[in-house]
Ligand binder design. Structure first.
Ligand SMILES: NC(=O)c1ccc[n+]([C@@H]2O[C@H](COP(=O)([O-])OP(=O)(O)OC[C@H]3O[C@@H](n4cnc5c(N)ncnc54)[C@H](OP(=O)(O)O)[C@@H]3O)[C@@H](O)[C@H]2O)c1
Length: 332
């Protein structure tokens, strides 16, 4: 059994090559394909089990989420608590017979697996990805930036944030050395000329990654014009939350999602736009590696699932063994 602390997970993920990242992308896509293909089968036939998550809100106002899942070859549970201090928790991974295989700090894995899920439709998007705008400057935004740089040809990344630049300033300083050809820019909502600066940037953008818990849209759809672009939304998880307006959400041929049931129940954007299940396509339904053929935008909404944590945790445990990372306990 291996224990991976936050710094172990950070080490393993920060040193990923593009080839390793594509391998993880395939593993994640395979488990989402298994989820989509077997969820209507009899329980005894299913290879992927994704029950609803449970939550507890304590008198202190802290919310703990319990996310069980099984992919047959491993079973696990992620437990995280969201408090005034952000998100903290761990992922437990068990062998099919119940032996504990690993215990991983959950924070970095959660951000990484969500951004990696976005990369499943992103790498198939055949149009330009040169101009990227990211809403949010937290951990999720950071991984969207890193993975877009690793997996595509980018010229400019603009991060738009509400308050301060938070972790982005340090990240941009590091990334500027690694990607000297890319322009990195931080745009704060508090700046006087915010609207006149964000409007042309949005109109020219090829890709928009939304990574915040916003309750009102980041921009009106009129700022986007008619250009087809890639737009992902990973922030909302309650009916009261939305990152884009209904016109933007419905600007593609359909809305791609990680889980149809989860997004219909939790994503404010879909609930406000009165979207029905037949307007959604799960990315697990995408076969092969064919690029999208559409002249409209591609919209992807992800609320996240325990199976995504479980499969990534398993991959990280394998990498940790290969790279001799983490704390190994043989007598647990
Ligand atoms: N889909 C999934 O599977 C999944 C998984 C994990 C997390 N998430 C969600 O992804 C979002 C970002 O997570 P994170 O870990 O990156 O969080 P984080 O590190 O706390 O960063 C949140 C970012 O959003 C900004 N923000 C906060 N409230 C906002 C608002 N009302 N309007 C606009 N911007 C706002 C923050 O700006 P300031 O710097 O000004 O505070 C910050 O840049 C959260 O909603 C989280 O619940 C989704």
């Amino acid at each position: 059994m291996i224990v991976l602390k936050e710094r172990d997970v950070h080490f393993l993920l920060s040193n990923l090559s593009a080839t390793e990242c594509h391998r993880l992308l395939s593993s994640l896509h395979d488990v989402l394909r298994a989820y989509s293909s077997c969820k209507d089968a009899a329980l005894s036939e299913q290879t992927v089990h994704q029950p609803e998550r449970e939550s507890i809100v304590t008198r202190l106002g802290n919310t703990s989420l319990f996310m069980p899942s099984s992919i047959t070859t491993s079973t696990g549970i992620k437990i995280v608590t969201i408090s005034a201090n952000g998100l903290k928790g761990c992922i437990n991974v068990f062998a099919p017979e119940g032996d504990l295989l690993g215990l991983l700090n959950a924070e970095e894995v959660t951000a990484f697996r969500t951004a990696l899920a976005v990369m499943i439709p992103y790498v198939r998007w055949p149009k330009s990805k040169k101009n990227i705008i990211v809403f949010g400057a937290g951990r999720q935004a950071e991984w969207h930036v890193k993975l877009a740089l690793l997996l595509s040809d980018v010229e400019r990344i603009t991060v738009v944030n509400r308050g301060t630049g938070r972790r982005m300033e340090q990240l941009f300083a590091d990334l500027s050395h690694r990607y000297p050809q890319v322009v990195f820019e931080l745009l704060l909502r508090t700046s006087d000329d915010f609207d006149s600066r964000v409007r042309p940037l949005l109109a020219a953008s090829d890709v928009i990654f939304c990574c915040t818990p916003a309750t009102t849209p980041h921009f009106p759809s009129s700022y986007l014009g008619t250009k087809a672009r890639f737009i992902s939304l990973i922030g909302s998880y309650k009916p009261s939350m939305q990152e884009v307006d209904s016109a933007t959400l419905l600007s593609g041929d359909c809305v791609y999602v990680d889980t149809r049931e989860g997004c219909l129940a939790e994503a404010g954007e879909l609930i406000n736009a009165n979207v029905h299940g037949d307007q959604l396509i799960e990315i697990g339904q995408l076969q092969g590696t064919d690029p999208f053929t559409t002249n409209r935008s591609l919209i992807f909404k992800c609320v996240g699932m325990g199976i995504m944590d479980l499969v990534m945790a398993g991959e990280l445990l394998k990498m940790a063994q290969e790279k001799r990372q983490g704390l190994e306990l043989s007598d647990f």
